[in-house]
Write a protein that binds this ligand. Structure first.
Ligand code: NDP
Length: 327
């Protein structure tokens, strides 16, 4: 038997989440069985745990869109018992049981070996949010980061915290946008050299172009903020669009693309090919200072998850929640 957070749906369509004991026979099909050690809380997890079940495709369901742990049994030559592995994406935690459990069974193709020098706990302090932040930084580098500061929106959140720490460590000036004035010291400790109040970018303007200010941007917020900052990018600079914490609409004009050659790069962490995932995890192990990662961690256990799921949907989680599934 093992412990898991299980989301169930009753006949009236109401969902509920609670920690339950499950039998290994109940695990879904897969090539590799993993003793999960850590998982995390991402925005999608908040949706899956919360009322209505969000993105959950089947019930009963074990959410948790990422996990790190140790291989217990494997039918695939690439993995053997004792190997440390990490998983993000592939609709695990939505369509396939995920990481909010002491055991998981998944397809070998979805896993990545943990890079040297990274523990399972550190890997989940990074988690899907940090992995996505790394993908965003790689995309910006591929298109060329200009000499102005790099803007990070939703900076005190999961994606924003990791993006800030990586970019600062790579030597870029980072401007963090936050709606939480009290997070300024935290963002400075991660390496941000400028704090931008959320209201400054939320104010709408009729001007499609403003002063050329930002040399690149990792945007976790979307919506009106993304529309506004497009007009503030330096000539030829890129925005890596990662999330929609501030809304899915994009009330923008084409002017920044036409007159400033701005690039809008979409980042999707879910369907990344194996080689790209391995490259991103190697870069994380190399480019993310572990003391800064430690400063982002908020520890949790399985029983904390219903509350934390609600908190992340309200934008109230700071940094990265690391769930010790055996805690
Ligand atoms: P978090 O909740 O940890 O961070 C989001 C941050 O955005 C908040 O902390 C807050 O930062 C800011 N924010 C929240 N609401 C608003 C609002 N209404 N207006 C402006 N800013 C707001 O989430 P994550 O960092 O984990 O994820 C961020 C986004 O990225 C989500 O939409 C998520 O779904 C998406 N995502 C996408 C992935 C992909 O593959 N493309 C992978 C992972 C996440 P502050 O308090 O500093 O203002």
């Amino acid at each position: 038997m093992f412990q898991a957070l299980v989301v169930e749906k009753d006949e009236a369509g109401k969902t509920s989440a609670a920690v339950q004991s499950l039998d290994a026979d109940q695990l879904p099909d897969g090539d590799v069985t993993i003793a999960v050690e850590y998982s995390t809380v991402n925005y999608k997890d908040g949706l899956c745990i919360g009322p209505g079940g969000g993105l959950v495709r089947n019930y009963p369901h074990v959410p948790g869109i990422d996990f790190a742990g140790i291989v217990e049994a494997s039918d695939d030559d690439r993995y053997k018992p004792g190997d440390k592995v990490v998983l993000t994406g592939w609709r695990v935690g939505e369509a396939h049981w995920g990481g909010y459990a002491q055991k998981a069974r998944v397809k070998a193709d979805w896993l990545v070996p943990l890079p040297e020098g990274l523990s399972t706990r550190q890997a989940m302090a990074v988690g899907t949010a940090g992995f996505t932040a790394m993908l965003a930084v790689i995309a910006l580098e591929d298109h060329g980061i200009k000499d102005g500061p790099v803007l990070v929106t939703g900076a005190a959140g999961g994606v924003g915290s990791v993006a800030t720490a990586i970019l600062a460590n790579l030597g870029y000036k980072v401007a963090g946008v936050t709606g939480r004035p009290e997070a300024a010291d935290y963002l400075t400790s991660l390496g941000a050299s400028q704090i931008v109040a959320r209201e400054e970018l939320n104010e709408t303007t009729k001007r499609p172009l403003e002063a050329e200010t930002w040399g690149g941007c990792v945007d976790a917020v979307g919506g009106e903020m993304l529309a506004r900052l497009l007009g503030q990018m330096q000539y030829g600079a890129s925005v890596a669009a990662v999330g929609l914490a501030g809304g899915a609409g994009l009330p923008a004009t084409v002017i920044p693309f036409l007159l400033r050659g701005v690039n809008l790069l979409g980042i999707d962490s879910v369907m990344q090919p194996y080689d790209s995932r391995v490259q991103a995890w190697a870069r994380i192990a190399n480019d993310l200072p572990m003391d800064k990662l430690e400063a982002m961690i908020q520890p949790a256990t399985l029983s904390d998850l219903p509350k934390l799921g609600a908190d992340i949907l309200k934008g109230q989680v700071k940094g990265r929640v690391v769930v010790d599934v055996n805690g």
